[in-house]
Ligand binder design. Structure first.
Ligand code: DGL
Length: 263
């Protein structure tokens, strides 16, 4: 199976990391669209265009059988378009894990951290409304503008990143939030910082494992045999913090700088 995966940058590698635990006998072609990052501060039209262009590149250059949108923001704006344009491709998106958070919370107070574009999107609004009407919970939503840029620079433990997180998490700490949904694939990279600020009294909801298992099920239905080695090829449209890649993905093929044509 040839699997295309994309995100605006390093974030989607947290999903690839989870995939390496589940998927065997496949090739992953990852595109980090750092030239256009951050997606979360772009318009839906821009995000749709980037997503269509990257998907076309992955189909033309690598003949992918499956596409993973390892990005909540791109899923929110573009997954419906991608499914319409490529009906025979397996397409799996990433959505904030509100459902597992509802199942897990004891205090009934849930935090959701995501990009501005994801929280403003209709898809998220509907998901949050439907699920929160099923159980009496309070949801504390927080957009985190600027956090993706800090992570892309490798600034995980710097005072600036710490100050941003402390400001955003203060209402969650004061209100006994016990479960926080990481609604952006970049945020697992600061999960330790979040746990420390919340005094470890919090469960963080990640989505990488669920995506990987879903991909495995759909892939096997189409004849994928889950045996053998997994190759990871990383492509970037601009600058990228290579040490951050090394810390996330043990072994990968060479890093390729690519240009994506706009259609
Ligand atoms: N990692 C992405 C997400 O899951 C996008 C971050 C960004 O580029 O703003 O939403």
């Amino acid at each position: 199976m040839k699997i295309g995966v994309f995100d605006s940058g390093l974030g989607g590698l947290t999903v690839v990391q989870a995939m390496t635990q589940v998927i065997k006998g496949a090739q992953i072609f990852y595109v980090a669209d750092t030239k256009n990052a951050p997606y979360g501060e772009k318009t839906p039209e821009q995000i749709i265009q980037y997503s269509l262009d990257i998907t076309q590149y992955l189909i033309d250059t690598h003949q992918i059988d499956a596409l993973i949108l390892a990005c909540n923001t791109a899923t929110s704006s573009a997954i419906a378009h991608l499914r319409e344009v490529h009906p025979s491709l397996i397409i799996i998106g990433t959505e904030p894990g509100i459902k597992p958070a509802l199942a897990q919370t004891v205090t009934g107070k849930i935090g959701v951290l995501a990009t501005p574009a994801t929280l403003q999107g209709e898809k998220y609004q509907k998901l949050a409304q439907t699920l929160s009407s099923q159980k009496c919970v309070e949801i504390y939503e927080q957009a985190c503008p600027g956090l993706v840029q800090q992570i892309e620079k490798g600034e995980i433990d710097t005072p600036e990143t710490q100050a941003l997180l402390e400001k955003w998490l203060a209402p969650m700490r004061e209100n006994n939030v016990d479960t926080i949904v990481l609604g952006c694939t970049h945020y697992p990279l600061v999960s330790r910082n979040i746990e420390t600020i919340m005094n470890s009294k919090v469960s963080l909801i990640h989505t990488g494992e669920a995506i990987s298992k879903h991909l495995l099920t759909l892939g096997m239905q189409k004849g994928h045999i889950n045996e053998g080695t997994l190759e990871v090829h990383i492509h970037t449209t601009g600058e990228i913090h290579t040490q951050m890649i090394d810390s996330l993905i043990g072994t990968y093929e060479k890093l390729h700088l690519i240009e994506i044509k706009s259609h």
